[in-house]
Design a protein around this ligand. Structure first.
Ligand code: SF4
Length: 147
């Protein structure tokens, strides 16, 4: 896995702060941020890269630019371990999967395949020939990624 941290700060009290800048018009609730995976995964990376050891306090900080709000959260060692386990299990499920159903939704607007994906509301109407990969016909195959 790779991630790009917007800003990494050594705070005056010695803590490491992982800062992320968001342009969404609304800041999520504290409860949502306390369950957010993105910056917690960054925390795993920062710890693994040696920027922070297990005893260093790590703060997760979000800057919501439009409402001009700053929010922060922390994770316990148990929460980080649970996230690590859940993420590894999710990767195992993805790697074992044989079929990948299209799941159209709001993210289609940002998807680079939106005009070529028949499941997308932005589909340009051109039929893409399905390419079979083993027993599964995958959206990636339908999009021509295996040609
Ligand atoms: S356009 Fe198709 S491939 Fe892209 S997110 Fe939407 S459903 Fe998935």
């Amino acid at each position: 896995m790779q991630g790009v941290i917007d800003r990494l700060v050594r705070a005056p009290d010695g803590a490491i702060e992982i800062h992320d800048y968001k342009t969404s018009a609304r800041a999520p609730s504290q409860r949502q941020l306390d369950a957010d995976r993105q910056l917690a995964l960054y925390q795993i990376g920062v710890t693994r890269n040696g920027a922070a050891d297990r005893d260093t306090e790590v703060r997760l900080v979000w800057h919501y630019l439009l409402p001009d709000r700053v929010r922060s959260s922390t994770r316990s060692a148990q929460q980080i371990e649970a996230l690590r386990r859940d993420t590894v299990a999710a990767i195992d499920r993805i790697e074992a999967a044989q079929a990948f159903e299209a799941r159209p939704g709001p993210l289609c607007s940002w998807c680079e395949y939106r005009e070529r994906c028949p499941a997308s509301p932005h589909w340009n109407g051109e039929a893409e020939p399905a390419v079979r990969t083993g027993d599964a016909t995958t959206p990636a195959a339908q999009l021509g990624l295996f040609r």
